[in-house]
Design a protein around this ligand. Structure first.
Ligand code: ADP
Ligand code: ZN
Ligand code: ZN
Length: 736
């Protein structure tokens, strides 16, 4: 086969295309193939890019093409499967391939770090050996010392050894290299792949667990999507562990995705305790060097399990045998910042299909999209109905806020229930999705409310810190004593976790109360400390935000109080009820995990709301059925496909300009494609910028994407697109 004449390179630029380059002028040792990094000239810069394809011809005249300057990898950094996933993602999310590739690679690799751990070595050439024997070079003692050192070491030495022996030697090495007496090589350090086996046997599986393991195991070696649906504590993780064990026994490797907050030391500890095999862990808190090291372990096949948060879906895993997504409904799997807004869950399913391996989506509260995929026969539903350790499901009850006295957001029946559970030796969890002391600071004389100057939002009172803070932009100011408008005393109105904890401390003065929210937990160690005091039983009441809903095991919690269920019922975002139900089921899952049954009280002003009633009567399944019917009627996802063109600018008008022009471009959209808007976002002003969005909708995915394919390049050409900060969000999960 003739060697390719043109290489198509992905560069980290906002341009939606690949760039063609000629082969390097001085060819590297082996052939250049897709998946290798290259350094190329780009305008006045030199950029590192990734070869994605090669070909015989280019659309650009040959005389205008430039050669690759340098090939960085001796072997491909990404294999064809990984490249295929990136190309799929670039197409589906309509995002420039260069930026997609950049999002998939650790920063150190984008900057040119070696993809494999390697050792720098220096060797004598044959003329070097002769020169050394002849006592050359006589007048350069440092060069002479270097030659001798290499000769004594048997003809070569590592850079590290040379430094240890000679101190500074690089200048001498340059001079000797120029004379052809020595040369530099790079030797990949092949890390011996540690044996993989099981450290500790797991428990005997319950029948439902065995059935789930068997169903997925029967699909090893080919694609299959399985929804492992079971409440917290039903033994999902145990199912993952058994499947990973089977994959390992066949010599394969497993990829495990967990939500941001789910990647706890306990979880990693559980994997390490079970398997005597290297595990690569990738998450956002790693340093660049740590990330590189973990990526190398994954890519080199050293790791038998690759575990991590969102972006781990791009990690190379040779001989991939299984993908697991734990808490698949979790919002952190969707990238909601920056330009490349992918769903790691959806990409994981695509990757599993491309790699012909099974994928397991585990959750106590599967996303409605996922349940719809089950209903449509695309995914297999595996249920784990029973809790392990004989625990019984908690009893849920609504508590009508209008019918009882309420103190700082806690109704009297809830206070009585807390007292009763404490007396019986249980622990109590109080959930409120709002941190701080109070969401509003009000002047009762003139009606002034402390606003954020940069957002359409109120400032939250943080009483202990004596600050007013914006939870949307981070604005932070001292807490005023008096109204800046009329001088009257001001007063915090409403509840945050800080105030609820204070009230509970007054009601239960002898009981130890702790808080769990982003104000008290700034680092992972803080979280560990709070959880530890809860596990030891020292803390009796834990008041917290969303943070308390995820994955922690508190077997002695017998009562959960949800302080306000109503925020989720009447939101402009069609997904808010789904999130509310998931939260309630997840916090409810904290109750009664031990031998004692749990009780869950949900405070609401709307005890007759159909979604709450279906949740209570039939649990999450009933809720999901009702909610899916509503979605079908309103033609929302998953019964339609959405993309949002979002824009922000310094004025409300400017934010709408691009979107209005973009809409005009599509004044006659194709059949079954609709454009909705543009409209200012529900919270239009955030951090000093005004946000607006244009929705594009179609009941058919292919039509939506065909439309985007032809429309987006035109949008990009609009003069206003250059001035605006816009982004296309395919399958948006938040509409605001
Ligand atoms: P989930 O992932 O659904 O929350 P886990 O797999 O973590 O559930 O299981 C909850 C608890 O029950 C864990 O402590 C686990 O070790 C234990 N467990 C799981 N399966 C079994 C089983 N078959 N027999 C006994 N204990 C089990
Ligand atoms: Zn006032
Ligand atoms: Zn703000």
């Amino acid at each position: 086969m003739a060697s390719p004449k043109v290489f198509r390179v992905a560069l980290d630029t906002p341009l939606r295309r690949l760039f063609d380059y000629l082969p390097p002028a001085s060819p590297p040792q082996g052939p250049v193939t897709p998946g290798m990094r290259v350094r190329v000239p780009f305008g006045r810069q030199r950029l590192i890019g990734l070869v994605v394809a090669s070909g015989a011809t280019s659309e650009i005249p040959r005389e205008r093409l430039k050669p690759i300057l340098e090939v960085l990898d001796p072997t491909p950094l990404l294999d064809s499967a990984a490249l295929e996933l990136l190309e799929w993602a670039a197409q589906y999310y309509h995002h420039p391939i260069g930026e997609v590739v950049a999002a998939a690679l650790p920063k150190a690799l984008r900057l040119g770090a070696a993809a494999r751990e390697s050792e720098e070595r220096w060797e004598l050439t044959s003329s070097g050996e002769r020169a050394c024997a002849e006592g050359e070079p006589r007048r350069a003692p440092r060069q002479r010392a270097l030659l001798e050192a290499l000769q004594q070491a048997g003809g070569w030495a590592s850079a590290e050894a040379l430094t240890g022996r000679l101190g500074s030697w690089r200048e001498a090495a340059r001079a000797l290299t120029a004379r052809g007496l020595i040369h530099r090589t790079e030797r990949a350090l092949a890390r011996a792949s540690a044996p993989a086996s099981v450290h500790a046997e797991g428990p005997v599986l319950l029948p439902e667990q065995s059935a789930a393991v068997e169903a997925v195991a029967a699909s090893l070696g080919r694609f299959g999507a399985f929804v492992l649906h079971g409440i917290t504590g039903s033994g999902k993780t145990e199912v993952y562990l058994r499947l990973i064990e089977q994959v390992m026994a066949r010599g394969g490797r497993s990829l495990v995705l967990v939500p941001e907050i789910g990647l706890t030391p306990q979880l990693i500890g559980r994997f390490r305790a079970r398997f005597a095999a290297p595990i690569a862990v990738l998450h956002s808190a790693l340093t660049d060097q740590e990330r590189l090291a973990a990526w190398r372990d994954a890519a080199g096949g050293v790791a038998r399990i690759v575990l991590g948060t969102r972006s781990v879906v791009f990690a190379p895993v040779p001989d991939l045998g299984l993908i697991v997504i734990d808490e698949e409904h979790d919002a952190s799997f969707k990238q909601h910042e920056g330009g490349f807004r992918y769903s790691a869950r959806d990409l994981a399913v695509v990757r599993a299909r491309q790699a012909a391996v099974p994928v397991v989506l585990g959750s106590a509260t599967p996303a409605l999209e996922t349940l719809q995929n089950v209903a449509a026969g695309r995914y297999t539903h595996l249920r784990l109905q029973r809790r392990t350790a004989q625990a019984q499901p908690p009893r849920l009850a609504l508590l009508d806020l209008r019918a009882s006295a309420v103190r700082s957001g806690i109704a009297t029946p809830a206070v009585l229930a807390i007292g009763r559970h404490l007396e019986e030796g249980g622990q109590v969890l109080v959930f409120l999705n709002r941190r701080g002391y109070a969401p509003t600071l009000l002047c009762t004389a003139c009606g002034w409310i402390a606003p954020c100057g940069d957002c359409d939002a109120r400032l939250t009172v943080h009483l202990a810190a004596r600050r007013l803070r914006c939870h949307h932009c981070g604005a932070d100011a001292p807490l005023p004593e008096r109204c800046p408008q009329c001088g009257f005393a001001v007063k915090p109105v409403g509840q945050g976790t800080e105030r609820v904890a204070e009230t509970l401390a007054e009601l239960f003065p002898t009981v130890s109360i702790a808080r769990l929210d982003r104000d008290v937990v700034r680092r992972r160690a803080d979280l560990e400390a709070v959880l530890e005091r809860m596990s030891s039983g020292e803390t009796r009441i834990l008041v917290g935000t969303q943070m308390v809903t995820k994955g922690h095991d508190f077997p002695n919690v017998t009562l959960v109080v949800v302080l306000n269920a109503d925020q989720g019922l009447f939101s402009t975002d069609f997904r808010a009820p789904e999130r509310l139900a998931q939260t309630i089921v997840q916090v409810a899952g904290r109750a009664g995990r031990g031998a004692r049954p749990g009780e869950v009280l949900i405070q609401t002003e709307f005890p007759g709301h159909p979604l709450l009633l279906s949740l209570l009567a039939e649990g999450y399944d009933g809720f999901a059925r009702t909610a899916l019917e509503e979605r079908a009627q309103a033609a929302w996802p998953p019964f339609t496909r959405l993309a949002a063109l979002r824009d922000s600018a310094t004025t409300a008008q400017a934010a709408l300009t691009l979107l209005t022009e973009a809409r005009k471009l599509a004044s006659h959209p194709p059949r079954r494609v609709r454009l909705l808007g543009p409209v200012p976002a529900a919270m239009a002003k955030r951090a000093g910028r005004h946000h607006a969005q244009l929705l594009i909708e179609s009941p058919e995915r292919t039509r939506l994407h065909a439309f985007l394919d032809q429309w987006l390049p035109q949008v990009e050409q609009l003069p206003s697109a250059r001035r605006a900060r816009w982004v296309l969000d395919v399958d948006p999960i938040e509409l605001f």
